[in-house]
Unconditional design. Sequence first.
Length: 192
Amino acid sequence: MKRPIEELKALLMALMALAVADPDPATLSDLSDGDWHAIDAMAFQHRLYPWLHMRAEHADPQWPMPDALRERWRRAYQAGVIGALTAKAAIVRLASGFADAGVPMVALKGAQLAFFDYPNEALRPMRDVDILVAPDDLPAALSVMGALGCVIPDDRDAAIARALREKHVDPIYFPAFDRHIELHHRALLQKS
């Protein structure tokens, strides 16, 4: 790496920006493999590979980056497409089951952002799906999730009691979509 890390952080931000022109081609051409790998490490840390793939694919002229990085970002984008499809399917199934049971729910965090705030949901990788229900609806929500095939806690009362002290029920696995669901009962953490 021949450039200072702060300069590379600024360059990463420029590579991500949709509203501004691509970074100067001469600057990109002058980056060493070490510089590109430092940018890649920061992008990995913040799960930006799909976003950078999209930007790199539409750049004119094409970014002079190592082929291995271009391929890594492309594969991450493809995984993001599949991940977004499975997350959306899980949310739709949950929303339908909750609606049938009269349990209002809202998608939170990545699930909400990916489908409503990003130009392409694959650009917002999700590790899990976060949903919000009213505290009084936690028992009904767990029942619905169990009926849909989710792996819910054996001791629901203990899980709910723990969740009411914490921010959500322990992650619940939804095998049909290979997703973990975090069932929240409040949008904000309470101050101690």
